[in-house]
Design a protein around this ligand. Structure first.
Ligand code: GDG
Length: 739
């Protein structure tokens, strides 16, 4: 039976030596909870780092750790202290974390960190590959493992691979600054499904893929390396029942079983009539907006001084990444800020901010949630933020107000919260006042809507939806039916070629015989191409026809002196070997006077585009234009041209990064048919990359070998991936040796 393997930087198990005895305790973090059913099903396992460095364990201890983890269905990836410093604290947390959270000034790109990131991703890959069987599913989590999907795919293409990013995906403008942006995208694109918390992050990812890699993206499907990769959003939920039930249980607790924390909170609440608690819980991280939150609370107290002595901010900041300099600075800044505000405003009976720099047990966390009238969740950037959802889940008395930053992914689903810009102190101060004074009925209505949504889309549902989509993504078969040209098929074609007595090669030029250049006039034929075609042409039973959208003048300049058949202007002109140029159909070009100014105005307003004027057509090239702008402009141009086309019997060819206006009755299919009708060939081979070549593939007899360059939808029978493979393919068929 196939299994599912979960991979994350840390295993969901806390290991500790207590009096020389190893204790393994499964952790209860959001991810661990969400994955519980996936992990426990069948023979599923979890792969990750144990939290203990290689050097810190002797051989016996390592075995002991392996055994303890095996009991929890976990397998460790052994990491050294240097790995942790460079891969985790280094590249993951001083490059990717700040970059993806828009803290560009904190981002450090260190070559050594990057090298270690590659090495450690490889270590993860090695462990996963030891554990998998063909056909298994692997679900990779988060920014520490962006390269892993591709590393797995390369070694075992039978795997179904999902990737989920728990942090924001930044805009292309930020992402492009990373020196290893290509490698990172290549790594992620090894997955069959790439998931994010919000549609906005998915959109940024797609935009980076299309701009950095220049790949065409079709809605949420990316075609890459002969595969289709799906991109979608899956907003992560929480274990709603766990929080909700814990809160219900806390409320029923008799006085004597309450925690010390709860007793102190009760004491302070009773000591002052109308006193209120505002809650703040995060890891101590600069993305969480802790200093801003403290400052905006001070601003609130000064703007609405009637609340002095009544309202407290209870702030839990959990130590995190204390080895990284920016986190140490943040800790110092927060300590000083809280100290100053408490010093300025405290009275004998009132301290405005209760500040805890530690982690609390789950039980006390629930105490804080239950006791707080308002929660302030105001990160400056946050992938999702589970605290906001947990607070809502613990409100069992139909009261409580959430103030939520619009910069948290959670804001996309929690419209009923008071949504604020974390940098706007005035707005936050007013929202705190609104929250404190909100009528009970309104609190109830907002809470009910939030609770309904969060309880329904909980973490288990999230994991289930992701895996369902992953399965569906793997089952997507490309719409095309063309087969990849295998060496076996090529040798069959070569055998046929050898035996045939009248042979025709129909060869498209741009994107087939020559690669694309930014400026079409730079794509001149190479000596290698001339040599090969000449050599093939030495065989008198073989006819070479170059069939191109280029104009007569250009092709004549390049191939006029050769004994090839030339078809130009998409089939408007034909020159048979040894004959004069002739027009396939009578055509006008007077329409160009009307159309040219329209295209010119688009060229002026679209940086990077250019017009190419041919004898019987006008082409608008946009290869160098920004992808999003090109999509918009081509749509507009087609729209503007519509009425002009009908009146002039013209049509638009939607080519490879080019729109070409030409007479409707001209296409490569008609030209190809003309050739094949005039002569009886017993071997026909046609190859092309463009939409315009589809006419040719369609019109040729079934016995012809039709080959598309690029794995995209086509009516050709076969495809190859790149134009760089074309010359070798021709050599393999004709057995012409490389010069
Ligand atoms: C990343 C993304 C995304 C906090 N203090 C204590 C404690 N916690 C628990 C909370 C909550 C979790 O930690 C924090 O989760 P967040 O989502 O708020 O934030 P990150 O740690 O930054 O998580 C984030 C998340 O991944 C999931 O994809 O939402 O955007 O940054 O569950 O309750 N738990 C205990 N004691 C504490 O003192 N027991």
């Amino acid at each position: 039976m196939n299994k599912t393997i979960i991979v994350s930087n840390r295993l969901p198990v806390d290991l500790k030596y207590i009096e020389d005895k190893l204790i393994a305790k499964s952790s209860t973090g959001g991810l661990a909870t969400g994955m519980k059913s996936v992990h426990s099903e069948g023979n599923g396992i979890w792969v990750g780092w144990s939290g203990m460095a290689e050097e810190d364990m002797n051989e016996n201890q390592k075995l002991e750790v392996d055994r303890a983890l095996a009991n929890e269905k976990c397998v460790q990836v052994p990491l050294t202290n240097a790995d942790i410093d460079n891969y985790y604290y280094g590249f993951s947390n001083t490059a990717l974390w700040p970059l993806f959270h828009y803290f560009q000034a904190y981002t450090e790109f260190e070559l050594d960190h990057w090298k270690s990131y590659v090495e450690v991703n490889q270590k993860f890959a090695d462990v996963v590959l030891q554990q998998v069987n063909d056909g298994d599913t692997v679900w990779v989590h988060d920014y520490q493992l962006l390269l892993l999907p591709q590393m797995l795919r390369e070694k075992n293409p039978t795997l179904t691979i999902g990737f989920f990013l728990h942090i924001p995906y930044p805009s292309y403008e930020l992402f492009r600054t990373c020196p290893w942006r290509d490698e990172l995208l290549h790594g992620m694109l090894g997955a069959d499904l790439v998931g994010f918390h919000t549609y906005g992050y998915a959109r940024h990812f797609i935009s980076s893929v299309s701009r950095v890699k220049g790949i065409e993206v079709n809605f949420n499907e990316i075609s890459y390396d002969n595969r289709i990769i799906k991109v979608d959003s899956f907003p992560m939920g929480i274990d709603y029942d766990r929080y909700h039930n814990a809160a219900l249980e806390h409320k029923k607790r008799p006085e004597e079983s309450k925690s010390e924390l709860m007793k102190s909170i009760d004491f302070h609440n009773k000591s002052n009539d109308g006193s209120k608690l505002i809650l703040s819980i995060d890891r101590m991280d600069y993305t969480k907006g802790i200093p801003n939150r403290v400052k905006s609370f001070e601003y609130f107290l000064n703007k609405y001084p009637e609340y002095k002595g009544k309202v407290r901010l209870v702030m839990l900041a959990v130590p995190s990444r204390e080895n990284v300099a920016q986190y140490q600075l943040l800790k110092r800044e927060t300590d000083e800020l809280v100290g100053r505000i408490n010093g300025d405003l405290s009275t004998i009976s009132w301290t405005p901010i209760w500040y805890f720099y530690r982690s609390l047990p789950f039980d006390e966390l629930i105490d804080l949630y239950v006791a707080s009238d308002v929660a302030m969740v105001t990160p400056v950037r946050d992938g999702m933020n589970l605290v906001a959802k947990e607070y809502i889940a613990t409100r069992t008395n139909e009261n409580g107000v959430l103030i939520l930053s619009e910069m948290a992914g959670a804001a996309k689903e929690m419209h009923e919260a008071l949504i604020v810009n974390p940098n706007n102190f005035d707005q936050i101060a007013d929202s705190i006042k609104e929250a404190l004074e909100m009528p009970a009925e309104e609190q109830k209505t907002r809470l009910e809507a939030l609770q309904k949504r969060i309880s329904r889309y909980d973490v288990e549902r999230w994991a289930g939806e992701f895996l369902k989509s992953l399965k569906a993504a793997k089952d997507v078969v490309p719409v095309q039916v063309a087969q990849k040209l295998t060496p076996l098929k090529v040798s069959e074609i070569a055998d046929h070629y050898k035996l045939a007595t009248k042979k025709l090669f129909l060869l498209d030029y741009d994107g087939t015989l020559a690669g694309f250049k930014n400026n079409p006039s730079d794509a001149i034929p190479t000596q290698e191409l001339y040599d090969l075609l000449d050599k093939i042409n030495e065989d008198e039973t073989t006819e070479i026809a170059i069939i191109s959208g280029r104009d007569r003048k250009t092709l004549e300049g390049w191939f006029g002196h050769k004994n090839y058949t030339l078809v130009t202007d998409h089939g408007a002109w034909l020159r048979k070997v040894g004959a004069e140029w002739g027009m396939l159909d009578q055509m006008k070009s007077s329409w160009k006077e009307n159309i040219r100014p329209v295209i010119e105005s688009f060229t002026d307003s679209t940086p990077g585009s250019l017009i190419e004027e041919k004898e019987y057509s006008l082409a608008w090239h946009y290869r160098k234009v920004d992808a999003d702008m090109a999509a918009l402009r081509t749509m507009e141009l087609k729209h503007v041209l519509k009425s002009l086309l009908i009146n002039n019997a013209l049509s638009v060819l939607d080519g490879n990064k080019v729109l070409e206006v030409k007479n409707s009755n001209v296409n490569k299919g008609r030209a190809a048919t003309r050739l094949t009708n005039e002569t009886e060939y017993d071997f026909i081979f046609a190859i092309g990359d463009d939409w315009t070549d589809e006419f040719m593939f369609e019109e040729l007899p079934e016995s012809a070998y039709t080959v598309k360059v690029g794995n995209v939808k086509t009516v050709a029978s076969y495809f190859i991936n790149y134009s760089t493979e074309v010359l070798d393919l021709l050599r393999d068929i004709t057995k012409v040796q490389r010069q």
